[in-house]
Design a protein around this ligand. Structure first.
Ligand SMILES: *Cc1c(COP(=O)(O)O)cnc(C)c1O
Length: 233
């Protein structure tokens, strides 16, 4: 479902995508597997928010690239890797247990920092996607222990739709994410400006996600081209 012909002109790709984003939609440039030179090119074109899904790789890149980059971790969060990214990460998308929230809080405190977390919700029909079920998430929020965590902010939700050509299904899944966001906002975060993000949509489905209410898209291959995982293993 690649939308655009593939150009290696990262700046042009970025500009073309940005022109399709309504105001208020944040673009996370997903740079996983790509070399720092390509990230630097995107940076030089004005991009400041990058998403990575391996902690080691993100950390290595963060050490050589400009310090005003906002790093978003978009992979599956492993508790033992949180301390490695705690000194610099801005947003950890894809938090799917209370214990991980608590560990992020603990590590953020050690570095005297504040880290925004998004709650990953399992909206796809595929088994392999991580995330809270709606019930698990509601239960976690009901228990209320998260309110004591001083060094994190729950900034919203994140989700991934099923990888399918069935547009109706994808729309339904993104719609479900928006519905859960609205419910949580009303029930647990009313009056808090911090709970404001719906992170949904990738290269192949971001227009559908935006139509359903997403205000943060995570786009990789339409900016940087196809990923070759073998080169990086
Ligand atoms: C890789 C990845 C993306 C970007 O996918 P593209 O199809 O390359 O745009 C978005 N979100 C997550 C969680 C990813 O792992």
């Amino acid at each position: 479902m690649q939308r655009f012909p593939f150009y290696m002109d990262i700046k042009e790709n970025l500009n073309r995508i940005k022109a399709t984003l309504p105001p208020g939609v944040t673009l996370v440039a997903v740079s996983k597997t790509h070399p720092v030179e390509m990230l630097q090119e995107a940076y030089d074109a004005g991009q400041r928010i990058f998403g990575e899904n391996k902690v080691q790789e993100m950390t290595a890149k963060s050490q050589v690239l400009p310090k005003d980059i906002e790093w978003h971790f978009i992979g599956h969060v492993q508790s033992n890797k949180i301390k490695m990214m705690a000194p610099y990460v801005s947003v950890i998308q894809g938090v799917d247990t209370y214990d991980k929230l608590a560990e992020i809080d603990r590590q953020a405190a050690r570095f005297n920092r504040h880290i925004t977390c998004l709650l990953q919700l399992h909206i796809a029909s595929e088994e392999t996607k991580f995330g809270f079920s709606a019930d698990e998430c509601t239960q976690m929020l009901d228990e209320g222990k998260w309110k004591d965590l001083q060094n994190i902010t729950i900034g919203g939700v994140m989700g991934m739709a099923t990888n399918t050509d069935d547009e109706a299904q994808v729309r339904r899944e993104f719609g479900r994410l928006k519905e859960l966001f609205d419910t949580y906002k009303q029930k647990y975060f009313a009056g808090s400006a911090d709970f404001n993000t719906i992170s949904a949509g990738m290269s192949g489905d971001y227009e559908l996600a935006i139509e359903a209410g997403s205000n943060m898209v995570r786009i990789g291959s339409s900016i940087f081209g196809e990923r070759n995982y073998n080169l990086n293993k």
